[in-house]
Design a protein. Structure first.
Lengths: 357, 577, 181
């Protein structure tokens, strides 16, 4: 008699668990409007997603942590329930942790393989070790909290908790958590946001059209955003302020490409907004008014093959520009490609036909 | 012995946080040579002076190390416009005060409500987020009574120290903390032996216009001296002219305060232990009138005791007075050093007064800090005015602050107000300065008989009013400011005259434990030593007799070197002579 | 285990499973605001729009100032809750009495006239029973200014629109400031 009861209980429990896990998996993969978003805190994000370029992709494909089906996700889910019932956080205080951000950025790679590979090959995939453990750099410029504005923007903590000051001035700097050493400091979400209104297939950059070269994409790509560490939010690139740049006292023509406004947030000039100061790369000279993306391929920022987009068609010289004396050809050249102008080489007057616009 | 049993609970292993995560184990509460209460402008320097001279020091600070990552560039949570909170403390719920306005009742105030007179509560205190003007007082500022005579209704008095006494301390402060400026352009500057270590800042656009205009008027404009790096200095960057400066921490650490100069030096000697989140609530004084130690609440709100040979209080005028008044003992039933009722009296600050001017072009370029040119023509020897004040162009006005800056009769809200905000934001210049206030015996800090803070300690209660001459003097200085703006080409100017109401106080609070040679009319002697308690010192703005017509930070730092130097020189064994 | 125990067990188990499905609805809130009722929010939105109206730049409604006020009233400004509740009640009752409508349904100029009266305390005790009209108006005015010109992190100034209007750079562009020690 007893054995039969125990068997019944076990059977019920077993079926119950299957239903539970099955229901749970179904919940995670279902339309969020019927499940998660029936609580109002998350519905703004869900509404944004429904009008975004990723509207046909389920939450679980990108949000791999709390929305997965493993033990790890259930722990996160339980944590969320406790926080919700206990701590009473306000919606604006709910943020993704850096770990979650990096997991999502890893998932981007599943579909956006080409972009991910390009990013990996370029300078924007620098890791915490590359940026923060460079002894020579740290000796010359003491790390401070502002560093995290551009690389390490999702780090939860401050510069004091990230780095360990070494015993000797020049050697060796260590991260307090060495597991971070291989983590990227500028993941996808530094410049992109998914939850924003967008067309499903964005229009690609057409570098054979002069307008695209000189003024950059005029169409808005709302998913290009800048993650503002100070305010812990993304802001769309076209809503960023267009900074008036100056070359000594003259205002410089700057492209209207929203991507330019994004680039200058990190590659920023000094307080007088002088071109070429500090990290600024706003082009002046022959390239004045051209968008960054005219030469720098997005994600890899590689510019090596970009000259042929315009030259020799738009070159006023008719010469092979890749061989001219600029930093493109030789990094030690005195003529920086971002600021090179005709008068760098032609000290005498240049005829009207060839004068820069 | 009593001390051992009371200190049974040791600090629960919280580490001293230095610049990076280099942790040290906290020492148990064993007896030390010196306690410094408050790691601010004065306290940080005293701790360093004592530690570098071999004394063991415990530096108490009720706040934390400033976290630059919280609230950067948020105007509503800035130390200047504390609408939604104070980024550098104190906790606005746990630390109320009470204020009694003239003719009104008593009100309980928090740092985000007016009348609180907040400074800051973190390591470095006000020097983390201040505007960082670096002024030496003029020689006359130390002997106002001799120069101007008695003032009816005011406790105006000479300092027992002179400018010559403090000159070496000013120099130390300028070189160790780091000041940029050029006094050779200021004909009113007091004599100095060594120039400032860093060259002056270049003028911003507003300053250039005002410079030319004031020269035409026959005034003597010069670059504002600042406790700010104009060139890379001390391993830290030069100022990047950030738009949001006064009230904020510096993103490149170019603003010099005690938290990035002397306090790390003190800690690195190995003699100084900084205990953050520790609120000192009482100074223990034995029956012979000697200070034996302090009672404090640690990070976990456990009561603890720390004993020392010498105790230095540097909590800024209001909290220092509160601490002294709360430290009752057999020989001092009204509070430490308060047998003649001078502790908490003469609370002063600086009434700010000046003028605004509207221009028909974008005169502001919004490069920080905003204030770059100054005039000392009106500090002294103005006919019919006692003292005076400096004038300077003002720190950048941020958007919310600007909503209340309007010519008289302007719309306060609606379309007109918004139109003004949009079109005139870059076109409004301001010249403003702090007026030398007339100290009032009745403008004071007491402890409230009913209201207590989170730890059960009676809170500070501010009461009293300003001297009527403050408003007159403010009118004078505003008039001078308006003249400069008119000459500069402003098509409309208006004055903003301060100096009314009271009590005084504010961020430049001083005067509550004044120096003097007579114990019946002062609290400390010329070395900051409390009369009748030989091993209790005060080293902050409280010991100032008068506030000067200048921002007080550099003077408080100089007093820190003065008092700290005296203690270090005269300390011998465990008996303080 | 007896039959009745098993039955109870099944009953309670199915109840437990079923109740999980009810979770979302228990936690659903009535309106999108934390403090205001929907009717109160309409009134305050109208007052804020009067204080900072839309002209060639966006106004208080576009900037979402109501969310700033709502958030702060349920947090750090909780002591102002009574002033708001009473003020809105008084305002709505007065406009119903005088114009037969709620405040937000008055035309723009009528609203402006009424607020001017509030600001100068021209309403007596019968028309404004609790508190002083000027206190209420000045409070809403300062909150509106804070919400519109303050940082978006507090709920208002959506996408930094007021900073754009003022032509100040946001986010702050901070160059690296290279130096050698």
């Amino acid at each position: 008699m007893k054995l039969k009861s125990v068997a019944f209980i076990l059977l019920f429990t077993f079926i119950g668990l299957i239903l539970l896990f099955g229901g749970y998996a179904q919940w995670n993969s279902a339309n969020p409007k019927k499940t998660c978003a029936s609580c109002h805190e998350i519905s703004p994000s869900v509404n944004d997603w429904q009008t975004s370029a990723h509207r046909n992709i389920r939450c679980i494909e990108c949000h791999g942590t709390a929305l997965g089906n493993g033990i790890h996700s259930m722990k996160e889910k339980a944590n969320m329930v406790f926080t919700h019932l206990g701590e009473k956080k306000q919606p604006e205080e709910i943020r993704m942790t850096e770990k979650q951000v990096l997991e999502i950025s890893g998932k981007c790679a599943k579909c956006h393989q080409s972009e991910y590979a390009k990013w990996q090959s370029g300078g924007h995939s620098a890791t915490y070790a590359d940026i923060f453990m460079n002894g020579k750099h740290n000796q010359e410029e003491t790390p401070y909290w502002g560093c995290l504005r551009c690389h390490g923007m999702f780090y939860e903590g401050n510069i004091k908790t990230l780095l360990q000051k070494p015993e000797k001035a020049d050697g060796p700097w260590k991260l307090t958590d060495m597991k971070k050493a291989t983590e990227p400091t500028m993941p996808c979400l530094a410049c992109h946001t998914v939850h924003t209104e967008n067309e499903v297939l964005g229009r690609p950059l057409r570098l054979d059209i002069p307008k695209e070269i000189f003024y950059g994409r005029s169409s808005r790509n709302p998913s290009i955003t800048w993650y503002i560490r100070a305010d812990r939010r993304h802001l769309q690139a076209d809503k960023l302020m267009k900074i008036t740049m100056f070359d000594k006292d003259q205002a410089v023509q700057v492209s209207d490409d929203p991507a330019n406004k994004l680039c200058v947030q990190c590659h920023s000039p000094n307080f007088k907004h002088q071109t070429g100061s500090e990290d600024d790369r706003t082009p002046t000279g022959v390239h004045e008014g051209i968008s960054c993306l005219a030469c720098h391929v997005p994600h890899s920022n590689d510019a090596h093959n970009s000259c042929k987009n315009c030259h020799p068609g738009f070159s006023n010289c008719g010469l092979d520009v890749t061989k001219m004396n600029t930093t493109f050809a030789d990094i030690n050249s005195p003529n920086n490609i971002h600021s090179v102008s005709c008068s760098n080489c032609h000290k005498d007057k240049v005829s009207g036909k060839f004068r820069k616009k | 012995m009593t001390i051992r049993s009371l200190s049974a609970k040791t600090d629960t292993g919280h580490s001293v946080q230095s610049q990076y995560s280099v942790y040290r184990k906290i020492m148990a509460n064993k007896h030390v040579n010196a306690i410094v209460v408050g790691a601010g402008a004065g306290g940080g320097i005293v701790a360093k002076e004592l530690a570098t001279n071999g004394l063991s020091v415990v530096l108490f600070e009720r706040g934390e190390w400033p976290d630059y990552d919280e609230h950067p560039n948020d105007e509503l949570i800035s130390q200047r416009t504390e609408v939604l909170g104070s980024p550098f403390g104190p906790d606005h719920i746990k630390n109320p005060r009470t204020v009694t306005y003239k003719g009104g009742g008593k009100q309980i105030v928090t740092p985000i409500r007016g009348g609180y007179s907040n400074n800051a509560a973190c390591v470095g205190s006000g020097t983390v987020s201040y505007g960082a003007m670096a002024w030496r007082f003029m020689e006359e500022d130390f002997k106002l009574k001799t120069v101007y005579g008695h003032v009816e209704g005011s406790t105006l008095e000479d300092w027992p120290v002179s400018y010559e006494d403090l000159e070496p301390c000013y120099e130390k402060a300028e070189w160790e903390i780091g000041v940029s400026g050029d006094d050779t352009q200021n004909p009113f500057a007091p004599p100095r032996k060594k120039k400032q270590p860093m060259p002056p800042f270049e003028y911003n656009q507003e300053a250039k216009v005002l410079y030319e205009a004031s020269k035409r008027l026959g005034l003597h404009p010069f670059p504002l001296p600042m406790l700010r790096n104009s060139i890379p200095n001390n391993g830290r960057a030069a100022c990047i002219r950030n738009r949001t400066c006064c009230g904020f921490a510096c993103p490149v650490d170019a603003k010099n305060g005690t938290q990035n100069t002397v306090i790390p030096i003190a800690i690195s000697t190995g003699n100084c232990e900084l205990r953050t989140a520790c609120k000192v609530v009482e100074i223990m004084i034995d029956d012979r009138g000697k200070a034996t130690g302090v009672k404090y609440f640690d990070r976990n709100d456990q009561a603890q005791i720390q004993t020392a040979d010498v105790i230095v209080v540097s909590g800024a005028a209001i909290e220092t007075a509160r601490l002294l008044l709360n430290s009752k003992s057999k020989l001092f039933p009204n509070g430490a050093g308060n047998n003649y009722d001078w502790v908490g009296r003469n609370l002063q600050g600086h009434a700010y007064t000046g003028a605004y001017g509207l221009f028909d072009y974008d005169i502001l370029d919004f490069s920080g800090p905003g204030a770059t040119v100054a005039w000392c023509d009106f500090n002294h020897h103005n006919p019919g005015i006692i003292g005076g004040g400096l004038l300077a162009n003002e720190f950048n006005r941020l958007p919310y602050l600007y909503t209340n800056i309007r010519p008289p009769g302007s719309a306060r809200w609606g379309k007109g107000h918004k139109e003004f905000q949009r079109s005139m934001y870059h076109r409004t210049a301001q010249v403003v300065g702090p007026i030398q206030e007339m100290p009032m015996y009745e403008s004071r800090v007491t402890v409230d008989p009913e209201v207590k803070d989170f730890w059960g300690i009676p809170v500070a209660s501010l009461s009293g009013e300003r001297h009527r001459l403050d408003h007159e003097h403010c009118k004078f200085l505003s008039g001078k400011a308006e003249e400069i703006l008119k000459e500069a080409g402003a098509y409309q100017t208006w004055q903003s005259v301060g100096g009314q109401g009271g009590p005084s106080g504010g961020q430049h609070q001083n005067g509550t434990a004044r120096m003097g040679n007579d114990k019946k009319t002062s609290v400390v002697n010329k070395y900051g030593q409390v009369h009748e308690i030989d091993n209790l010192f005060v080293a902050d703005g409280s010991i100032m007799v008068s506030g000067g017509g200048f921002n007080p930070a550099l003077t408080i730092m100089a007093l820190g070197y003065w008092v700290g130097g005296y203690i270090a020189k005269n300390f011998a064994g465990t008996k303080f002579k | 285990m007896t039959t009745s125990n098993r039955r109870n067990f099944i009953k309670s188990a199915s109840l437990a499973f079923g109740s999980v499905l009810l979770f979302p609805s228990c936690l659903k809130q009535k309106s999108g605001y934390r403090f205001f009722t929907p009717e109160e929010s309409l009134c305050i939105i109208a007052v804020c729009e009067q204080i900072i109206p839309k002209d060639e730049s966006p106004g208080a409604t576009d900037a979402g100032v109501i969310y700033y006020i709502d958030r702060q009233l349920s947090g750090i400004f909780h002591y102002d809750q009574e002033t708001y509740r009473n003020g809105i009640k008084n305002l709505q009752e007065y406009t119903a009495k005088k114009h037969g409508k709620t405040f937000e349904n008055l035309i723009f100029d009528e609203q402006t006239k009424l607020l001017i009266m509030l600001e100068s305390n021209q309403l007596n005790e019968t028309d404004w029973p609790q508190g002083k009209p000027a206190d209420f108006f000045n409070l809403v005015r300062s909150h509106t200014m804070q919400g519109f010109y303050g940082s978006p992190i507090h709920g208002g100034n959506k996408d930094y629109m007021s900073f754009e209007m003022l032509r100040i750079d946001y986010p702050l562009v901070i160059g690296q400031n290279r130096y050698r020690t």
